[in-house]
Design a protein around this ligand. Structure first.
Ligand code: SF4
Ligand code: SF4
Length: 182
C-alpha cells in the first residue's frame, strides 16, 4: 500500500504507523465509553483514514472527544495503541489546521503553544487572553472564575519570561527546522 500525504504524516507521529494493522474488528468502538457522542467510533475513523478519506476523519469530533481512558487500547486484538493514534490525530489536525469548525480545543492547544513559545513558560492568564479571541462568549462566562482566581492570588497577570529566553527560542527554532527537513 502506498502511503502519502496526511496519512504519511500521521504515520510519522509515535504510534501512528500502527493504524495500518487495523483489521476492522470493531472491539475498540464496542468498548469505547464515548462512542455514543462521537461522529464515528474509532473503528470507522481508522477505516476513513486508511481508505483515503483522512480529511473526513480529521473533520470528525472523535479524536477530540476521546477521554484517553485506554480501554480500547488494552482490548485491541492487534495491540494497536489506539489512544496514541488519537493524540497523533490531534497533532496532525492542529499542524495542518484541519478540524471541525465548532471545535474549541484546537484553539486552546494553539494558545498554549504560542504562550510557551513567547515566554518560555506557561501563563494561564496570557493563554486565556489568546483563547478568548476564538471563544469570546465562552470566555465571558469563564471571566468570573478568572477574576476569583486573580483575587485569591492563584493566577498572575504578569508573566516573568524564562531567564534565558533567547536560548529557549533557539531550541524551538532548531526543532522547527528539523521538522521541516524531515
Ligand atoms: S480493536 Fe484494533 S483491530 Fe479492531 S477495529 Fe479497533 S483498532 Fe482495529
Ligand atoms: S481511549 Fe478514547 S477512543 Fe479509546 S475507549 Fe477511551 S475514549 Fe474511546
Amino acid at each position: 500500500m502506498e502511503v502519502k500525504g496526511l496519512l504519511k504524516e500521521l504515520m510519522e507521529f509515535p504510534g501512528g504507523e500502527q493504524i495500518l494493522k487495523c483489521i476492522q474488528c470493531g472491539t475498540c468502538t464496542g468498548s469505547c465509553p464515548m462512542a455514543y457522542v462521537m461522529d464515528y467510533g474509532p473503528r470507522r475513523l481508522f477505516a476513513l483514514a486508511k481508505g483515503g478519506s483522512i480529511r473526513k476523519a480529521l473533520m470528525a469530533n472523535t479524536y477530540w472527544i476521546c477521554a484517553s481512558c485506554y480501554f480500547c487500547t488494552v482490548r485491541c486484538p492487534r495491540g494497536i495503541r489506539i489512544t496514541d493514534i488519537m493524540y497523533a490525530l490531534k497533532r496532525l489536525a492542529v499542524k495542518n489546521g484541519i478540524f471541525p469548525s465548532g471545535e474549541k480545543t484546537p484553539h486552546l492547544y494553539l494558545a498554549f503553544k504560542d504562550t510557551v513559545e513567547r515566554y518560555g513558560r506557561l501563563s494561564e492568564a496570557k493563554m486565556m487572553q489568546k483563547f478568548a479571541l476564538k471563544d469570546p462568549f465562552g470566555s465571558v462566562k469563564k471571566g468570573a472564575l478568572g477574576l476569583k482566581l486573580l483575587m485569591k492570588g492563584r493566577m498572575e497577570l504578569k508573566v516573568e519570561p524564562l531567564r534565558n529566553l533567547e536560548a529557549f527560542k533557539r531550541v524551538i527554532d532548531k526543532a522547527k527546522e528539523l521538522e521541516r527537513a524531515s
